[in-house]
Design a binder for this molecule. Structure first.
Ligand code: ADP
Ligand code: MG
Length: 395
């Protein structure tokens, strides 16, 4: 990796400001954490630091408090869960900057852990305000960024603060950018990018970038319908982006010119309405009924897509194959996840919904890497420079 990491610096006895992405889903009714995977993903970095005698000052955002103190978005419950997971106390403060935070940070012992209050209680965080960045920097000797999921934003705690402290990557950040980076820039071939999800417009950059390197491009999910319409097929009430028909045509043309195999679904599970209890049936894609909509890929498509995937040495997958939230329309996504989990290939999952689907279906452990990145992973796949990565010291 081109950036320095915590492995490149001596952390013993140092105060480390550690930016993590603890923006975990919370249950509105009970106020408890509904999924703590983001906390668990940060444990290797926290343990690495404390085992070497660093004093760890953790900061994160949670939700969208929009620059105001919103008690339901306090990080206190997260600190509690972190303490359970680490098996040691985690101190908290009422604010992420200012005299109290400074005092607690100063008094931390080697190996101690402190969790600051929600960064976004200050509007200056998202504004990447210089004085706020300095106030954060004042708490520590070194800055470590492990928040890959927030790295596409230039905020005070992800970018600004790096101007005032030596800045290096944490282990999760390192893992994300080295695995994703290698797959994108120097993949083992045959290399396939598989894209699905609802809309083409969210994935334009990803599709264009993919064309430069892939041997095959698989398109499923709702966005396939815009390609079908561009080919003159009848797509009924399916999700279609009429303003992207030209893009779909030009992508198909470019794929042909670049000798990229472009695979679209051969059949579809169609429904009579967008509903978990909708009536459904399987039809070939050139026989979609006028009043119905495609909500999943069909069995012929599974054969087609898995045949392609089984020849690959690298696969990056972003975007579910269907409306996996409805049990009736999750088969395509589940079957594709199963195929990937069985491949002797580098398999990478990017995107919030795709990662969620793969986790929920029990295949996450069998993939090479499931990115914690969400939107950041997508921007990385588009070839964009992420501000939170750019701000770190070069090796
Ligand atoms: P990711 O978060 O992994 O990048 P997206 O947000 O692009 O994925 O897409 C996820 C959403 O796409 C899911 O909520 C899913 O229900 C929806 N989706 C997939 N296939 C279809 C379809 N055929 N019609 C409508 N929505 C779809
Ligand atoms: Mg999404």
């Amino acid at each position: 990796m081109e950036k320095q990491t915590i492995r490149d610096t001596d952390v013993a006895g140092k105060r480390v400001l550690l930016r993590v992405d603890f923006n975990v889903p919370m249950d509105d009714k009970t106020g408890s954490i509904s999924d703590d995977i983001r906390i668990r993903e940060a444990l290797p970095t926290i343990n690495y630091l404390t085992e070497r005698g660093a004093r760890v000052i953790i900061c994160s955002h949670l939700g969208r408090p929009k620059g105001k103190v919103v008690p339901s978005m306090s990080l206190a419950p997260i600190a509690k869960r972190l303490s359970q997971l680490l098996g040691k106390p985690v101190q908290t403060t009422g604010d992420c900057v200012g005299p109290e935070a400074e005092k607690v940070a100063r008094e931390l012992r080697n190996g101690g852990v402190l969790m600051l209050e929600n960064l976004r209680f200050h509007a200056e965080e998202e504004a990447n305000d210089a004085a706020f960045s300095k106030a954060l920097a004042q708490l520590a000797d070194i800055y470590v960024n492990d928040a890959f999921g927030a790295a596409h934003r230039a905020h005070a705690s992800t970018a600004g603060v790096a101007q005032y402290l030596p800045a290096v990557a944490g282990l999760l950040m390192e893992k994300e950018i080295s695995i994703l980076g290698k797959a994108l820039s120097d993949p083992l071939h045959p290399y396939c990018v598989m894209v699905g999800g609802a809309k083409i417009s969210d994935k334009i950059g990803v599709l264009e970038k993919a064309l430069e390197k892939v041997d095959s491009l698989i398109i499923g999910g709702g966005m396939a319908c815009t390609f079908f319409k561009a080919q003159g097929l009848q797509v009924g009430k399916s999700l279609v982006e009429d303003d992207r028909l030209d893009f779909a045509r030009s992508l198909m043309k470019k794929a042909g010119e670049g000798k990229v195999r472009l695979l679209l679904p051969a059949d579809a599970v169609v429904a009579d309405r967008f509903d978990a209890e909708a009536n459904s049936r399987v039809v070939d894609v050139d026989k979609m009924p006028a009043e119905w909509m495609m909500l999943d890929i069909g069995p012929k498509t599974l054969v087609l897509f898995s045949g392609e995937l089984r020849t690959c040495k690298t696969v990056i997958w972003n975007g579910p194959m269907g409306v996996f939230e409805f049990p009736r329309f999750r088969k395509g996504t589940e079957a594709i996840a199963a195929v990937l989990s069985d491949l002797k290939a580098t398999t990478i999952i990017g995107g919030g919904s795709t990662a969620e689907a793969v986790q929920e279906m029990g295949y996450a452990d069998k993939m090479t890497h499931v990115s914690t990145g969400g939107g950041a992973a997508l921007e990385f796949m588009e070839g964009k420079v992420l501000p939170g990565v750019a701000a770190l010291l070069d090796r």
